[in-house]
Design a protein around this ligand. Structure first.
Ligand code: FES
Length: 257
């Protein structure tokens, strides 16, 4: 069983409107797989459950992980106030992460939407050397992290307002830029993931989707993250999976969505 651990805040800054960028020193940095997340505990003791936050990047030299997160409530608002040198309690690494090895020698596309963008950065980094494209979707010209993806991947941007890149969503950018893919790793809101599942089956690609946006506690306690999957055993019954403990990454073919 994972234990709560102390982590030291190395730095924190505002990255975009309501989105923060925090580096934490933690002993488990070297064990992290891309697509995994941590549970961050608010200091307020009346709040017992941690907040799940995906891991954006790892720096093993500093034994550090980077969290890029949106402030959505009192817990995340509290994290945003943390400063260099502060200690916070975290649990992790949690979840399964993306199966990077399936992309060896293939054309791979990492796709992120909104606050689903961050976990794809470490994913792109671990894939560098492969034929990797990054297609990231944003609301507007606040295309946070996009310059960092360009270090590891051919970078494409879609924006809802058309201010940068293709006007529309990540699928519109795939089509407009004629990006080929054998394997997709994606994270973002459910409508985007549904569209990616449909697109992957249309073009004959494999897709692995992180459903982390649907998590609440991240540790199996709230049951707010139940999702339907196709039965993996022989009984072909609908199987209820918990995103936080069985995922957050699923093979799109296994999901009913
Ligand atoms: Fe709470 Fe999965 S997020 S049980």
């Amino acid at each position: 069983k994972k234990m709560k651990k102390e982590a030291k805040v190395l730095s924190q800054k505002l990255l975009a409107d309501g989105i923060y960028d925090m580096w934490l020193e933690t002993p488990f940095a070297g064990d992290v797989r891309p697509g995994q997340f941590v549970g961050v505990y608010p200091a307020n003791k009346s709040t017992l459950l941690p907040r799940p936050i995906s891991i954006c990047e790892v720096d093993t030299d500093r034994s550090a992980i980077r969290l890029v997160y949106r402030v959505v409530g009192s817990g995340t608002a509290e994290f945003a106030l943390c400063k260099e040198g502060d200690q916070i309690n975290i649990l992790g690494p949690l979840g399964n992460g993306f199966p990077i090895d399936v992309a060896k020698g293939k054309k791979v596309v990492v796709m992120g939407g909104g606050i689903g963008v961050p976990p794809l950065l470490e994913t792109a980094k671990r894939l560098s050397g492969e034929d990797v494209s990054a297609v990231m979707g944003y609301r507007n010209s606040e295309t946070f992290l996009s310059d960092e993806f360009a270090k590891y991947a051919k970078m494409y941007i879609a924006t809802e307002d058309g201010s940068v890149g293709t006007k529309g969503n990540v699928i519109d950018a795939m089509k407009a830029e004629k990006i080929e893919c054998d394997v997709i790793f994606a994270c973002g809101p459910m409508p985007m993931l549904r569209a990616i599942k449909a697109y992957a089956s249309e073009v004959g690609a494999k897709a692995y989707l992180s459903l982390e946006e649907r998590m609440a506690c991240g540790v199996g306690a709230c049951l707010g993250c139940i999702t339907k999957t196709k039965e993996i055993d022989d009984h072909s019954r609908v199987h209820n999976a918990r995103i936080c403990t069985d995922g957050p990454v699923f093979d799109a073919d296994d999901l009913e969505m």
